[in-house]
Design a protein around this ligand. Structure first.
Ligand code: GDP
Ligand code: CA
Length: 310
């Protein structure tokens, strides 16, 4: 069983490759729910749904989120009633939010809801929310506190990040199956997701960091930073604003003590010694997942390296 810690777009691209080389029933995904939000009374889980849509082949390939070919009539109409239209939830995408919210009202825990959604999309792999309890990523800026999606979508990551908090984390418990998926895995992989706001919330759920630190499974992480830059998103800016080195080494340092293997892009081959000085092996590979073949090759190479890791 391979367990993957996952955010949204970066994770989904890696998971496409993994799902092409490993049977779905051998994959467990631990999904970030710190990004979740309420929109017109509906519960939306952007990261979990990006992973589901991508693996189901239904994702909008231009944006990396939302359903291909979706329209936005409902959120347009909502403006009539004073709703702001900054979060883009498509008409077909809404079905997922409506059903998830209905199940929550019926008292279903999030892990059962996600299991139902995963099956409804015909996927065999297992997706677990990091927690059934609500956790919300909060961005502290010089101008005040922002809910994560306000920072990310409404303000397009422009405000300076002074600190990142996870509201509700103290009382959150790992969802059933999460700790077991880390302890009994044959390999654990941290996707090339944002270390602060995608992997960070998962590791912050009490018990998860320790289970990762203590598992006997070989563990790898893939750098979301290539040649000091992101493919997309605020990870590089967050590294800088939070006082870290803006490079793959800066990311590796965040995972010190939690992983055995750190995957660096070819463009960063010269950083391998600095990564190894942190007490982990460095593996240099082409990590830009621009084609299905590159996604598959990356996943296969990482699995092969993990198999050789004692
Ligand atoms: P989000 O939740 O949708 O923002 O996505 P994630 O947190 O899962 O992933 C965002 C990160 O993925 C960004 O920091 C990107 O640099 C990284 N990323 C996206 N595509 C690639 C890729 O092809 N290769 C690598 N190495 N990183 C990528
Ligand atoms: Ca996300």
């Amino acid at each position: 069983m391979i367990t993957v810690l996952a955010g949204g777009v970066g994770a989904a691209r890696f998971l496409e490759g993994l799902a092409a080389v490993v049977p779905g029933r051998e994959i467990t995904i631990i999904s970030n729910t710190g990004d979740d939000l309420e929109l017109a009374g509906l519960h939306v889980s952007p990261d979990t749904d990006i992973v589901i849509y991508t693996l189901a082949g239904a994702i909008n390939p231009e944006t990396g989120w939302g359903l291909a070919g979706d329209t936005f009539n409902v959120i347009d109409q909502l403006q009539r009633f004073g709703y702001e239209r900054w979060f883009n939830l498509g008409d077909r995408d809404l079905a997922m939010a409506i059903h998830r919210t209905a199940r929550l009202r019926q008292g279903w825990p999030m892990h059962r809801i996600v299991e139902e959604l995963t099956r409804a999309w015909g996927l065999e792999l297992r997706i677990l929310p990091m927690s059934d309890d609500p956790v919300r990523t909060v961005i502290e800026t010089p101008g005040g506190t922002l809910a994560f999606q306000e920072y990310m979508v409404r303000l397009r990551t422009e405000p300076e990040v002074a600190a990142i908090r996870f509201a509700g984390i103290e009382s959150a418990r790992p969802a059933p199956g999460v700790l077991e998926a880390l302890r009994s895995a044959s390999a654990v992989i941290l996707a090339p997701s944002n270390p602060f706001v995608s992997i960070g919330p998962i590791l912050a759920v009490p018990g998860i960091r320790q289970a990762l630190a203590e598992t006997t499974a070989p563990r790898a992480a893939i750098s979301p930073i290539i040649a000091g830059q992101v493919v997309k998103g605020p990870a590089a800016r967050m590294l800088e604003q939070l006082g870290h080195e803006v490079s793959a080494v800066g990311v590796a340092r965040l995972y010190q003590g939690l992983i055995d293997l750190f995957v660096l892009d070819e463009a960063d081959a010269d950083l391998a010694p600095a990564v190894e000085a942190l007490g982990m092996r460095a593996l240099v590979l082409p990590t830009l997942m621009s084609t299905p073949e590159r996604k598959r090759a990356l996943a296969a190479a990482i699995l092969a390296a993990l198999e050789r890791t004692p």
